[in-house]
Each structure stands twice: as structure tokens, then as C-alpha cells.
Design a protein around this ligand. Sequence first.
Ligand SMILES: Nc1ncnc2c1ncn2[C@@H]1O[C@H](COP(=O)(O)OP(=O)(O)OP(=O)(O)O)[C@@H](O)[C@H]1O
Length: 256
Amino acid sequence: MLLDVKSLTKRFGGLTAVSNVAFGIERGEIIGIFGPNGSGKTTTLSLIAGILKPTSGVILWKGNDISTLSPFEVAQQGLVKTFQNPQLFPELTVVEHMRIACHLHIKRELGINRLRTLIGGMPVGLDRLLEQKIDQVLALCRLSSQRNEQAAALSYGGEKMLGVAMGMLCEPELLLLDEPASGLGHDEIANLDAVLRDLKSHGVTLCIIDHKVGFLGRLADRSIALHHGAVIASGKTSDVLADESVVAAYLGKKHA
Ligand SMILES: Nc1ncnc2c1ncn2[C@@H]1O[C@H](COP(=O)(O)OP(=O)(O)OP(=O)(O)O)[C@@H](O)[C@H]1O
């Protein structure tokens, strides 16, 4: 098991946002997390990514508890979270954003101590390697033709894809995606679907939260459904989406 979440609970004062959640992720799968607004999806991803600390429970990554690590340390382990709305610099180009995102890659490649020696400039060859890596990831994310465009010129879908591409430069083993399809049109969702399948075929394990049941229903091998912070169904995605309690949670009991 790559990731094993056990009895995960997060309280904000009197509100229990995540309640005793347990699930596992195997290498190479796409896992979907469904749930209506406020059901605890983002909180769960933020706990896994180290952005929030659990009130109780453990998060095992390859058997080691990572629940007390900082987001940076979690990312170094190979778990990277993308944001629903990536914070971009409007005047910087796509490729300049990618270069900024390379810092973690450099640290992993050379080790933190070696990074200190880079302040005076990169070792010969490393910059070329990084540019190659950037080109590969831009191609994978269908952003090559926009490499020299300013972020301000990107569509919303392009901005979100750049967020995914920047996450990919951290070389994730597990990429956590927070609502990658929200706000996207039909063609952009089809493009996203193709990119995420390509990432999977390149060996990246994906954990995706989204409201778009059609999109995630097609993509996710397995899913969990949350309601009021608790898991109400888990298993094969089609079974989870057909589950009576999941339908009731989304549409209200009288429609279920
Ligand atoms: N930092 C916080 N402080 C207090 N309450 C919070 C905080 N973050 C989230 N919550 C609450 O925890 C609950 C779960 O929120 P969360 O954002 O995880 O849900 P979600 O399923 O991702 O919702 P959405 O689909 O609307 O993004 C909500 O009631 C929310 O208001």
C-alpha cells in the first residue's frame, strides 16, 4: 500500500470536518473522492499533504507516519498537492513558472547541502537537464505551444493545467488534485481527462477530488464518498456512485 489513512479526524473548534476517515491507495491507481459541499474533501487532502495537522489518526506513506511532517517535507517524500486555483504571476510566462517550480527537483537531485553551493550558479549540465524535464512535462500537460505566453493570457483551464504541470516538476509519486475540473468547459475537461490518463501511464498515482461526477466517474478506478466528514461508501467508482446513501447525500433523501 502506497498510502494508508487510518482513523483520520480533524476538528475546527466544535466542528468535525473529517471524522474517523480510513482508506488506502495502491501504486498506479486513480482514486476519486466525492462528496457534497462541506463534506471534508479538501480538508482530507490538506491533511495528507501536511498543510493541516490531524486532531487524531495516522497517515502512513510506504509504512511511515507522515502526519507530523511539514508540507515541504511531505512533498519531498513524493506526495504533492495541486491547488484549485493556482497562484500565478500574471506577467511571468508559462516556462518561467516552470523554472520556479524546479527548486524542489533541484533539491532532490543534488541534496539540500549541494543546493547551497548552487547559489553562485548551477553546475554545468544541470540547467540543460532541467530544461529537458520542463519540456517533457509541458508536452505531457499539452502546454508546449503556450510555453512563452504570459500567465495572464492563459484560459482558466490553462492556468489550472499549469498548476498541474508545476506539481509534476516535484516528481510526485502521488499527485493530489483539488477540483481540477471545476470551472472548465467540455473541451477543457476532455483535455484534462487525457492528460491525467497520460500521467497515470507515466507511473503517477492520482488522488482526485471533484464535484463533476461524470468526469471523475469515468476516470477513477476506485472512489470514496464523504458526507459530513465521514466515509459513507467506498469501492469501485460505479458502485460508489450508485450507492443509495451517496445519491441521497448529493440530491437529498427524497430523490434517492
Ligand atoms: N480552516 C477552517 N476553519 C474552520 N472550519 C473549516 C476550515 N476549513 C474547513 N472548514 C469547515 O470544514 C468543513 C469541511 O470543509 P472542506 O473544505 O474540507 O469541505 P469540501 O468537501 O472540500 O467542500 P467544497 O466542496 O465546498 O470545497 C466545512 O464545514 C468547512 O466550513
